[in-house]
Each structure stands twice: as C-alpha cells, then as structure tokens.
Design a protein around this ligand. Sequence first.
Ligand code: ATR
Length: 298
Amino acid sequence: MNPLSTTWSINGETRILGVIGDPVAHSLSPAMHNLALEAAGLNWRYLPFHIKAEDLPQAVRGLAAAGVVGFNATIPHKEALVPLMHSLDETAQLIGAVNTVSMDESGRMTGYNTDGYGFIAALAENGVPAVAGMRVVVLGAGGASRAVLVALLQGGVKELVVANRTVSRAEAVLAPLKARFPGTTCRVVPLGMEDLPLAGCDLLVNTTSIGLYGVGAEDPFAMEHLVAALGDHAAVMDAVYAPGGTALIRAAKERGLKYADGLAMLIHQGARAYTHWTGRDMPIDRVRTHLRAMMEQA
Ligand code: ATR
C-alpha cells in the first residue's frame, strides 16, 4: 500500500474503523482491513487504538461520540465490552465476549463475536466443510476456547472433550453450554496424554499457548505425540499462530493430515466483521497473501 497515494487520501468524508487492545501494536487487523478497504475503493480507514482496561468505558463512549463506524476488540477487552453494548447478538452472548462492534448513527452499539465463525470458515477453507456429527478434542478453556466451543456446539458436533490444566475452569465454561446444547455429549479431562480420546477423534483443536513455548519433543505432552495418536482421517486446528507453523501444525503437515491455522481463523473473523460494517466481502486471497508475507518477514 502506498501511504502517499492520492487516490486514497483522507478528507472530511473519511469514515473510521479500528481495533482496541492493550497491547495493540502487534495486531494484524489494520493491515488486513486497510488492504480490503482500499481494494474496494472505500474512503474508510482502520486504526489501532491502544486502550488500557481501566479506560475502556470512557474510550468506547469517545469512539461513539466521534462517529466511528465500528471497531474490533482484542485482549483484554472482549469480556468487558459485553455490559457496554446496547444489544448483543446470540453468539456473543453465548461466548460472553465481543470482538466486533457496529455503531449506528445515534451511537448505539451492537456487539458481535466473529471468532467462532472464523474458526469454522478456516476449517471449511482447508477441507473440513462441516463439524456436524464429529468427535472433537479441544485443548484449553480460556477466551479463545470459549468461541471455539460455542462454534462447535452450534455446528452440531456429536462429542466434545475439553482438556485443561485447570479442570475446574473448563467445567465452569462448559456448564452453561451443556444445558443449552443437550444434543452434544460434553466432558472435561485433565490436560494429559492418557486422558485424551485421540484414536477416535475426528478433530483436534489447540487453543492454548503450549505449542508455542517450552514444550520440547522429549515432553510426553508434546504436540507431535498427540498428532501421532490421531487416526488418518483426523483434522487438526490450532487457534494460535506462529510463523512457520506451531508444533501442532508442523506435526499435522508432516503426517499429511488436514489442518487449519490461527492466521486463517484471524482472517475469517476479520472478514465477517468487515462484512458487518461495509456490507461487502473481503478479498480473502489477497489478504492472506499479504498477511503471510508480513508474518514471515517479522
Ligand atoms: P486465550 O484468550 O488466548 O484463550 P487465556 O484465556 O489466558 O488465553 O487461556 C489460556 C489457556 O491456555 C488456558 O486454557 C490455560 O490453562 P489454565 O486454564 O489451566 O490456565 C492454557 N495454558 C496456558 N499456559 C499453559 C501451560 N503452560 N500449560 C498448560 N496449559 C496452559
């Protein structure tokens, strides 16, 4: 993108989108959305806003007062945005977190959560068109996991096993969802090889950061060992992204399993938010090429 482009200059008509977070400087969302906005010839810009947790209510009121069209939220604001919304869509309500906000002209805010959509679309793009009827193992029970769990339940999975270091946290996350989706068998297990039903698993999803740091090949819980225990038909998804692939993605690639990574999920959650704001489709292929190149250079 040429920052001096005269065909894409800022003027009195320019509309503003953005992302709020702390930190926010690492976010790929400005690059993704500005590429799409410019490609569509829209006189809109997408900016990063570094907002501290204690400033959130004031910042959100300020964005509304300034006529910002909409914004994304990242760590640590997704849960705290929920009570600040005028209305919430059902998925954001179930997840208990908002990652996308649309404002109308009077400053009324609607909260959405497009992370689960991004997860399902990333799988679809990589050879897993539907999750209905699947037996799924999810590692982790934090914020990213909640969006994944809701998407899997909404998609009609048959069996859901959530493995977490802190078992009580996973139980607390699953309890209200179990009641809402009685058609899926759900259970919680501790995070350990012996408790994971990997042989009969159709889809293994990681939402923890354990594949990024400090787990060596000698560790009995190394991602390579999990992938080795899967059947040949299984697919793998890592909600976390690392240039060159996380340990889980590298192992899935080596075994020739279907896989989708966190960058695909990020792009598709962004594409859904973009459509909420602009009514247009994001040019996914261009955005993917651009972001992958950016990540590999970083
Ligand atoms: P996010 O928003 O990225 O999901 P989070 O809400 O902090 O982040 O959740 C992190 C997840 O990774 C949790 O499931 C956490 O397990 P606990 O609930 O037991 O804390 C998991 N996690 C993080 N570091 C871990 C580690 N070293 N070993 C095992 N699990 C870990």
